[in-house]
Design a protein around this ligand. Structure first.
Ligand SMILES: Cc1cc2nc3c(=O)[nH]c(=O)nc-3n(C[C@H](O)[C@H](O)[C@H](O)COP(=O)(O)OP(=O)(O)OC[C@H]3O[C@@H](n4cnc5c(N)ncnc54)[C@H](O)[C@@H]3O)c2cc1C
Length: 459
């Protein structure tokens, strides 16, 4: 057993933990990272990266088929084996050795194993005791949560772990949950050849986004051959003879070869030792705006584990805020953190959904005096190069009283990179009357801003 001292100990080497360790090491602190599985975390191996690798080939193919001239060259079909092989390449066959050199180069010490907080500023890992002079940063992420449905746990359901790294495409795939993970995997597997049935208890999929988002993504899933069933409740699940049967409230049954549960996440706080500080195991670690766990100024929580917003880029943003506070304990100059449900977000289906800030409904609920501007995403010269049949909608939610955009949603082919300009406008609260001076180039699809500004009549 050894006892070692560091300035900061980071628990978990997912994207949030990695960024925190890197920023602190760049600030000349002596940093240890503890990781119990793979350096890179859920995101690199079982979430963001493999899911996008599964979606992208069918989208690239569809793009070529939409564009005359390229379409004529496309004579074959999607090759599912090659898609899975490419996915394996993206997740490095679940080997994290390529992630290690940067830790080494920055002088960050990696400990492998499950970390337990054993006292204030003290962490045990295997037989070693690590002590932190300044802070302990918890970045242990989250795990799929299984809803309390009879028989579910014994029916060997898939979670994001199995669906993202599956070696075979199941003939029939049922999915519980029409949130982001559910719809992305529904589209990926439908294009790979599975007969997909998506079961969503609410009245619409992607229910937190604008209603047109739910409609357009549902239509696209149906077109890809998936069955989308909303307002349905799974009551029990049985696996027998290699197939899984989901009994729905009302008597209907869905039979599949695999069942993916995409019904939310739970924070990885069990077994961490936090209950000695009066914190609840299994619950998110509640933080203040500097990501300090409330009541414990030496303990920080960043990324999924604090439950603020479950997105990689926001976990990385939180890491930077927490590091600024750790490096400069007076934390001068830090603004409010600016995360939560209105953070920038992308659903990587086709059509893609890119949104930031309020939807119309959430803005009205917040008491904002709302005006809406809406146009077709590809209704401009740039859009014409994306070929035939690339529809989509772009909507701004405007605060009439303050003359600023408080929300933006884009749907359409490849709209992901539209989002950052909107994020700057929303987060920076750029007055609408200034936006007319931000001129998009011709012929780019960014001219969608011109149509929206015309709609807004803010000049
Ligand atoms: C299918 C899917 C697709 C997604 N796609 C996207 C996307 O496209 N874009 C996006 O922004 N977000 C996406 N997300 C969300 C994203 O994956 C998470 O927000 C992100 O991984 C959170 O990062 P994190 O560092 O907080 O935690 P994680 O990535 O979960 O990493 C936490 C790490 O901590 C380790 N750990 C846990 N407990 C301990 C312990 N006691 N001791 C030591 N180590 C421990 C874990 O092994 C893990 O490596 C997706 C999620 C899913 C499920």
């Amino acid at each position: 057993m050894s006892e070692l001292d560091f300035d900061v100990i980071v628990l978990g080497a997912g994207p949030a933990g990695e960024v925190a360790a890197g920023v602190l090491a760049a600030g000349n602190l002596d940093v240890a990272v503890v990781e119990k599985e793979l350096v890179g975390g859920e995101c690199a191996f079982y979430a963001c990266m493999p899911s996008k690798a599964l979606l992208r080939p069918a989208q690239a193919l569809a793009e070529a088929r939409r564009v005359p001239g390229a379409a004529q060259a496309v004579t074959g079909k999607l090759d599912p084996r090659a898609v899975l092989d490419r996915r394996d390449e993206v997740v490095h066959e679940l080997d994290d050795s390529s992630q290690l050199p940067w830790l080494h180069d920055k002088g960050i010490k990696l400990f492998r194993g499950a970390a337990v907080v054993t006292g204030e500023r003290e962490v045990s890992i295997g037989g070693d005791i690590l002590r932190a002079r300044r802070a302990v940063v918890v970045a242990t992420g989250s795990t799929a949560s299984l809803p309390p449905i009879e028989g579910l746990t014994t029916a060997e359901p898939w979670t994001n772990r199995q669906v993202t790294v599956a070696k075979k495409v199941p003939r029939r795939l049922a999915i519980l949950g029409g949130g982001v993970v559910g719809v992305e995997m529904a589209q990926a597997y439908a294009t790979l050849g599975s007969k997909v049935t998506l079961l969503e208890p609410e009245e619409r999929i992607l229910g937190r986004e604008e209603p047109f988002v739910s409609q357009q993504v549902a239509d696209a899933l149906s077109e890809a051959g998936a069955e989308v069933r909303t307002g349905v409740f799974a009551e029990s699940v049985v696996r027998k003879g290699g197939k899984v049967t989901i009994a729905l409230k009302g008597g209907d049954k869905v039979v599949a070869d695999e069942l993916l549960v995409a019904a939310g996440r739970k924070p990885n706080t069990v077994g961490l030792g936090i209950e000695q500080f009066g914190l609840d195991e299994g619950k998110p670690l509640e933080t203040d705006d500097l990501l300090r766990v409330k009541g414990h100024d030496w303990l920080y929580a960043i990324g999924d584990v604090n439950g603020r917003v479950l997105l990689t880029h926001m976990g990385k943003h939180q890491a930077r805020i927490a590091c600024a506070a750790i490096l400069d304990e007076s934390a001068k100059g830090l603004r409010r953190i600016g995360d939560g449900p209105q953070s920038p977000r992308v659903v990587f289906t086709e059509p893609q959904v890119a949104a930031v800030g309020h939807t119309e409904a959430s803005a009205r609920e917040a008491g904002i005096n709302v005006r809406i501007a809406e146009t077709e995403t590809s209704g401009n010269a740039g859009g014409s190069f994306y070929g035939h049949d690339a529809p989509g909608t772009s909507r701004f939610v405007i605060d009439e009283d303050r003359d600023v955009i408080v929300g933006a949603t884009f749907t359409g082919v490849d709209v992901q990179d539209f989002l950052h300009a909107a994020t700057i406008a929303v987060v920076g609260e750029v007055p609408c009357s200034d936006l007319i001076y931000c001129v998009p180039s011709f012929p780019t699809r960014s001219e969608v801003w011109l149509n929206l500004l015309d709609e807004m009549t803010c000049h």
